[in-house]
Design a protein around this ligand. Structure first.
Ligand SMILES: [Zn+2]
Ligand SMILES: [Zn+2]
Length: 367
């Protein structure tokens, strides 16, 4: 058992309680990781706001971290103390039906326990004030020490700076991966929502060789960074001529449209702006619970495709290294996305900045 500084989400509200917790050593197939840094993501905010059904309180949140292996449990064969790792909320066991299908990066082998805030054996490794404390998304990176299943850790090259590549644990990979999966050279691409995911779709589309990259948002202030990352046109969604403007730029419709707002009406716009015959609409935003999207069958009968994307379609253990290389080789910019760096103790401030919209991405570091 080891003492660890952590941010405890006692119930659905801010602030977190910053306190020392106790972390058990790793069980069979588990790994004790010392987190170096962690990004703050909107999905953590859904748990803080109480709208995330897979958060069990009290919990240690955080799912965008990077760190070093401290100790491995019995049976762990692919990681050693000292290895640099990124925890994965989407594991890759390599042996389940989904992993073996080679058709998806989803692996639900430990989903049921993960969504109940416990390790695969049904118990948590965290204790606080003598009571069990839950994990979140199987990662819980808002603790200096955390325990993660071996199948949910990606070993990364050791020259990659942990306080930057931590963002590959969620937002950057989701956006860049989604673009690399569906954008072809010369495509006209539309990105609805220029937040943490959208700007990464922009840079993924640029790497993939897109022709036009059209960003759509309500807040022109977000356009600047998107332009620096490769956006070629900006459409002001509040002006009310979104589809007309997109069709003008794309000569009839988009080859690929990405939706990153979670608003069902915007999802529909993303479908409607796609070119007849082949346009692909990729949904990434998370809609409100029970929301429905109406789709007239003719919209897809004439060759359009609607699909989703999870973690950019990237397989966590075997695919994330390629994204790390893209960063290390200078093809994708992560440093530009970090608008605020804070010591871990100021994590509550980081979420306040997110709520007020003042920060694209904050990173907290253990010193
Ligand atoms: Zn996230
Ligand atoms: Zn699997």
């Amino acid at each position: 058992m080891i003492k660890s500084l952590a941010a405890i989400c006692v119930a659905p509200h801010l602030p977190f309680v910053i306190d020392e917790i106790l972390v058990d050593g790793p069980g069979a197939g588990e790994v004790l990781v010392e987190i170096a840094a962690s990004g703050l993501c909107h999905t953590d905010l859904t748990a803080i706001e109480g709208s995330n059904s897979s958060c069990v309180y009290p919990a240690v949140l955080g799912h965008e971290g990077a760190g070093r292996v401290i100790e491995t449990g019995p049976g762990v064969s692919t990681l050693r103390p000292g290895d640099h790792v990124i925890p994965l909320y989407g594991p890759e066991c390599g042996v389940c039906k989904m992993c073996l299908s080679r058709r998806t990066n989803l692996c639900w082998s430990i989903k049921s326990t993960r969504d109940r805030g416990v390790m695969p054996d049904g118990s948590p490794r965290f204790r606080w004030q003598g009571e069990p404390l839950h994990h979140f998304m199987g990662t819980s990176t808002f603790s200096r020490y955390t325990v993660v299943p071996e199948i949910a850790l990606c070993r990364i090259r050791e020259d990659a700076p942990l306080d930057t590549v931590c963002l590959l644990g969620c937002g950057v990979t989701t956006g860049v991966g989604a673009a690399l999966a569906d954008v072809r050279e010369g495509d006209n691409v539309v990105v609805f929502g220029l937040g943490g995911i959208g700007v990464n779709i922009v840079q993924g589309a640029r790497i993939a060789g897109a022709h036009a990259i059209i960003g759509v948002d309500l807040h022109a202030s977000k356009a600047q960074i998107a332009r620096e990352l490769g956006m070629t046109h900006y459409v002001d969604a509040s002006a009310g001529r979104v589809l007309e403007e997109i069709r003008d730029v794309c000569d009839g419709g988009a080859d690929v449209a990405f939706e990153c707002t979670g608003h069902v009406a915007v999802m529909r716009q993303a479908l409607d702006c796609c070119h007849a015959g082949w346009g692909t609409c990729v949904l990434l935003g998370v809609e409100p619970r029970d929301a429905l999207m109406q789709v007239p069958p003719v919209a897809v009968r004439y060759g359009r495709t609607v699909k989703g994307s999870y973690f950019g379609g990237v397989r966590g253990r075997t695919g994330l290294g390629r994204i790390v290389d893209l960063y290390m080789d200078g093809h994708i910019d992560i440093d530009r996305l970090v608008t605020r760096r804070l010591p871990f103790e100021q994590i509550n401030r980081g979420f306040e900045l997110m709520v007020s919209g003042e920060s694209l991405r904050s990173v907290v570091s253990f010193t």
